[in-house]
Design a protein around this ligand. Structure first.
Ligand code: PRP
Length: 214
């Protein structure tokens, strides 16, 4: 018999679609898991234990092996470059990473770019052959061009309402984002049966969701 699978589950915007996917795959995870203040939630029927994590910390838990698997956005995986296996594209929490600015933005020498994703932004502009000064912020990134902190920003766009409501414009799209199922490298070998069984349950649900949204 294999051990319990420890799953790092992101709280916030990914939680709802992720838990829905797990439920549709037949895993009896409790409805009120996110509302509770409990941070470790055992689900013995599914031989799983959920660790309720801040999305930005999921890949860290998985890399260090305190969680066997986890759900992480491609945005954070690209930014952090963690040593984990990416097992499945869950196709949920779809959005994109973009360069955003004021509609009348004009190129300047060595522009300032504000972002929560300094590595993604630096790499993108380096590949474009553009020299920029990257300023790391932790949220409300759209403020930066409005208050004169930065010329442009690199941020996630989902519905587009934040940029619209703040009179900003998407200038370039960098890459598409979805949530991914990731695994710790050792767990992937040691708990291969349980991890493979979970992937086998999730795959048809992901495919059904993808074909329904076409
Ligand atoms: C994210 C992102 C954008 C917004 C995009 O912010 O940084 O600001 O969502 O979503 P939209 O296109 O649907 O408007 P988040 O809500 O995570 O808050 P933050 O400002 O604290 O980063």
């Amino acid at each position: 018999m294999q051990d319990i699978l420890k799953v790092a589950m992101p709280k916030g915007r990914i939680y709802k679609p992720a838990s829905k996917l797990f439920r549709e795959a037949g895993l009896a995870i409790p409805e009120d898991m996110e509302d509770s203040r409990k941070l470790i939630i055992p689900v013995p029927e599914a031989r799983m234990e959920f660790i309720m994590a801040k999305p930005v910390d999921v890949a860290t838990y998985v890399e260090y092996g305190v969680a066997d698997i986890g759900i992480a956005g491609k945005d954070l995986l690209m930014e952090e470059n963690r040593d984990v296996y990416e097992l499945l594209d869950l196709g949920i929490a779809r959005c994109r990473m973009s360069v955003i600015g004021l509609p009348d933005w004009k190129p300047v020498l060595n522009p300032r770019v504000a972002t929560k994703y300094p590595n993604v932004a630096s790499q993108y502009f380096r590949e474009q052959g553009q020299q920029v000064e990257v300023i790391k912020l932790n949220g409300s990134i759209e403020l930066a061009p409005l208050i004169g902190l930065a010329d442009r920003i690199v941020d996630m766009v989902e519905t587009g309402s934040t940029i619209r409501e703040n009179g900003l414009m998407e200038h370039e799209q960098i890459f598409a984002i979805t949530s991914r199922l990731i695994a710790n490298r050792v767990s992937y070998r040691m708990k291969s049966e349980a991890i493979q069984a979970l992937c086998d349950r999730l795959q048809p649900v992901i495919a059904a969701v993808a074909s329904a949204s076409k």
